[in-house]
Design a protein around this ligand. Structure first.
Ligand SMILES: Cc1cc2nc3c(=O)[nH]c(=O)nc-3n(C[C@H](O)[C@H](O)[C@H](O)COP(=O)(O)OP(=O)(O)OC[C@H]3O[C@@H](n4cnc5c(N)ncnc54)[C@H](O)[C@@H]3O)c2cc1C
Length: 233
């Protein structure tokens, strides 16, 4: 993929939860990207140009706009700005697509996509790609969140599991509401019964969560299991 530096304009912002936003950016020229890619976003924050990396959460079939799914970091400079400013019409610069953990590397017909927190955004883009690949026999998607109201894109994933026989979706919450019947704990508490032999495993989210899950899967001694890990700080 050609790495480009292009202009963009923020045209839509959706509050996904108390701490997550989807930001849609209209591009000055179309770009091609492989799901799993990220871009560097440059924004003028009070006179200083700030750069941060964000995974692309929109479908690669849309070349004219991109969505980024961003989590508020309570002490973070960029995200504080994104939460406190009217972003509509704001001009930004983008550099990308970047990244190595892209769908072209995943060749097995059994795919696991595991997303912690905001990592669900890029998993949405990757899922959108694999549901259209006939050879994929099984696409298993697990998301891990702290609470029920932090599960983002739930409607999208519910619809995938209803519409496609080869798709399994599970939501796991570490601190569920009392009386909730949702799966409790961390993703790694729910993988013992999965068959990771001959599979591709994509893991996205905070670095510690990603490495704990990968260690757990490795402890099951899978054969021919490839990992694609996108850890955020
Ligand atoms: C490849 C990649 C993809 C990414 N994709 C996404 C994505 O899709 N969505 C998303 O939300 N994020 C993503 N990130 C993270 C994103 O790039 C930013 O790091 C994030 O938005 C926080 O930016 P910020 O400016 O708000 O926080 P920053 O100001 O950069 O701070 C980040 C954290 O570091 C701490 N910190 C800052 N300064 C200090 C200091 N001096 N000492 C100690 N701690 C400090 C802050 O408390 C905060 O918790 C990605 C990162 C990478 C590398």
């Amino acid at each position: 993929m050609n790495i480009k530096k292009i202009r963009g304009e923020i045209i839509k912002v959706i509050d996904l939860s108390k701490t997550a936003k989807e930001i849609e950016i209209k591009l000055s020229e179309p770009i091609d990207f492989l799901p799993g890619s990220f871009i560097n976003l440059f924004i003028d924050v009070n006179g200083e140009i700030m750069r941060r990396a964000y995974s692309i959460s929109s479908s690669s079939s849309n070349r004219d706009t991109l969505t980024l799914t961003v989590r508020l970091s309570l002490t973070g400079v960029m995200t504080q700005f994104l939460w406190s400013t009217n972003l509509i019409g704001k001009e930004v610069d983008l550099m990308g697509p970047l990244g190595l953990n892209t769908v072209d590397k995943m060749k097995h017909d059994k795919i696991y996509l595991f997303a912690f927190g905001i990592g669900v955004g890029v998993v949405k883009s990757i899922s959108d790609y694999f549901i259209n690949i006939k050879k994929v026999k099984s696409l298993t998607i697990y998301t891990g969140s702290r609470q029920e109201d932090e599960i983002i894109y739930k409607e999208y994933f519910d619809k995938l599991s209803q519409d496609f026989d080869n798709v399994v979706v599970k939501y796991i919450v570490s601190s569920p509401l009392e009386g909730s019947n949702i799966s409790k704990g961390y993703i790694q508490d729910h993988v013992d019964n999965l068959d990771f032999n001959n599979s591709d495993v994509y893991v996205c989210g905070q670095e510690k969560a990603c490495s704990d899950l990968v260690n757990k899967i490795n402890s099951l001694n899978p054969k021919d299991c490839n990992f694609y890990i996108e850890g955020f700080h």
